[in-house]
Ligand binder design. Structure first.
Ligand code: FAD
Length: 459
């Protein structure tokens, strides 16, 4: 492997904040909630999961009251700082879905495609200006052993010449273009637009209002706030990587940090040098993979590769910045696009991913069916969060529906062990995945043991 070049100074000149949230037209802060307030449905968390839940509930039951409480700002967490790949897959990709849910895989694919169409329809219906582009994605092979997998993936196969004609990188050996299964969005704008749509339908949204505890009785659920109480008939939890308010769920999730760089806007000559006229999202095919795409003003968003876990399920603002990872990402960027050498980066940031051992969300209820949750999207929740919202509403309805009966909805991932085992396990897995990438994908004993235990993942 060639030695990494040192791009530390270049990346540290970038603004240390998410590009998507850094906008002059970002909404003003909403009021906190205090005192005692009653509602039919309380939604905890103002990311995509919470926002879709509030919106879909209000569309279904306009006469019922909904209050959404967000501990910080709407869309500030994963929902406003991701790559903006809005994918149809509900299972974190076809391979993971086929392995874990073989008997209902086709149904899940159909539900996922329908979910993505419904997101597009909602964006249109509510006039959400979030740069929604149904470009699809190209999975690219940068090592010979990855080519066969792309050829059999079912997506349109592109040989070396064809893939480089789409996007010009000397590292590409082949590609598979799935034209329908992904849209690209400006994710913060989607979150803000969903919040505005909720409010137009009568949802009350409070920011800087963390919920601290839940208690239930025959009348409903009391959601304790720092400075008040929300009395709700039912509660939906969309709290992602943050400590779950239902304690028994905590072992199922570990926060894993993922990092992103954004370039300055490309000039006409730089744009011509890479092609990319069809603006697809791109992902490479290693275990440690990069995802990248263009923005509306022709910057490149470049993220992924490192996945960092901090001992004790650590979750801190300081972890959003990781200079060594940014420098590594820049090095990989210029290896992929050497013709862009000299371009600068405008933004750098990281964010916590709600990782669970089955790599796609899990669902359920607590407090005798009055509290529902959808957690654990493991880095592919931009699209799947709307499905998670639908599942929660079906679970809260008490009815048996197509969604509540799915094996995927009824089952749970294997919980992570307590520390220090969780930390050691994550480190061993990261080390083994990096090694497999250097050894033509060959999985060592540890990865094969995880595969056998149902905790393996092969991107
Ligand atoms: C760097 C990065 C890149 C990613 N790229 C992609 C991608 O390209 N495509 C994709 O599909 N997915 C991607 N993801 C994952 C995706 O962003 C998430 O799956 C999705 O946004 C999850 O939405 P959410 O609403 O469940 O969680 P979040 O957006 O994290 O929202 C949870 C909210 O709950 C609030 N909250 C938590 N606890 C409380 C409490 N007790 N009281 C009140 N509020 C509370 C938090 O403040 C937060 O706002 C990425 C994630 C990261 C971090």
């Amino acid at each position: 492997m060639p030695r990494e070049r040192d791009y530390s100074r270049l990346v540290m000149a970038a603004e240390p904040k998410p590009f998507w949230l850094d906008r002059p037209d970002a909404p003003a802060v909403r009021e906190r909630l205090s005192g005692e307030v009653a509602c039919d449905l309380a939604v905890i968390g103002g990311g995509f999961t919470g926002l879709w839940t509030a919106l879909l509930f209000k569309e279904l039951y306009p006469e019922r009251s909904v209050v959404l409480v967000e501990g910080n700002r709407v869309g500030w967490a994963a929902s406003g700082r991701n790559g903006g790949f809005c994918d149809a897959s509900l299972t974190h990709g076809a391979a993971n879905g086929r392995d874990r849910f073989p008997s209902e895989f086709d149904i899940l694919q159909r539900l996922g495609a329908r979910n993505l169409d419904a997101i597009q329809a909602a964006v249109d219906r509510h006039g959400i200006d979030c740069g929604f582009e149904r470009t699809g994605t190209i999975a690219v092979a940068t090592q010979e052993y990855q080519v066969a997998g792309l050829r059999s993936s079912g997506a349109a196969f592109l040989d070396t010449e064809a893939v480089r004609a789409e996007v010009n990188s000397p590292t590409y050996l082949a590609g598979a273009w799935d034209k329908e299964g992904t849209a690209l969005v400006q994710p913060a704008a989607l979150a803000w637009g969903l919040a505005a749509a909720c409010e137009r339908l009568g949802v009350r949204i409070a920011e800087r209002t963390p919920a601290t505890a839940l208690a239930s009785d025959a009348d409903g659920v009391r959601v304790r706030l720092r400075d008040g109480v929300l009395r709700a008939g039912q509660v939906a939890l969309g709290t992602s990587a943050f400590p779950a308010l239902v304690r028994r769920l905590r072992p199922y999730i570990v926060p894993v940090y993922d990092y992103v760089l954004v370039t300055e806007p490309l000039g006409a000559a730089q744009r011509a040098a890479i092609g990319w006229r069809n603006r697809q999202g791109i992902g490479d095919s290693g275990n440690q993979f990069h995802y990248y795409r263009l923005t509306a003003d022709d910057r490149i968003v470049w993220g992924g590769y490192d996945a960092i876990y901090h001992f004790g399920r650590g979750l801190r603002a300081a972890y959003d910045q990781r200079p060594a990872t940014f420098a590594r990402l820049a090095d990989h960027f210029f290896t992929t696009f050497p013709q862009l050498e000299g371009i600068g980066f405008s933004h750098r940031w990281g964010g916590a991913i709600d990782t669970c051992s089955r790599f796609c969300a899990f669902y359920g209820t607590a407090h005798r069916g009055r509290v529902a949750y959808a957690l654990g999207y493991t880095g592919l929740g931009v699209g799947a969060s709307r499905f998670g919202a639908r599942v929660m509403l079906d679970l809260l309805s008490g009815d048996r529906t197509e969604l509540t009966e799915l094996t995927m909805v009824r089952g749970k991932p294997i919980p992570f062990p307590p520390e220090p085992l969780a930390y050691l396990g994550v480190q061993a897995t990261r080390w083994s995945l990096a090694r497999a990438d250097r050894r033509s994908g060959r999985r060592n004993l540890w990865l094969r043991a995880l595969d056998a235990a149902g905790m393996g993942f092969d991107s």
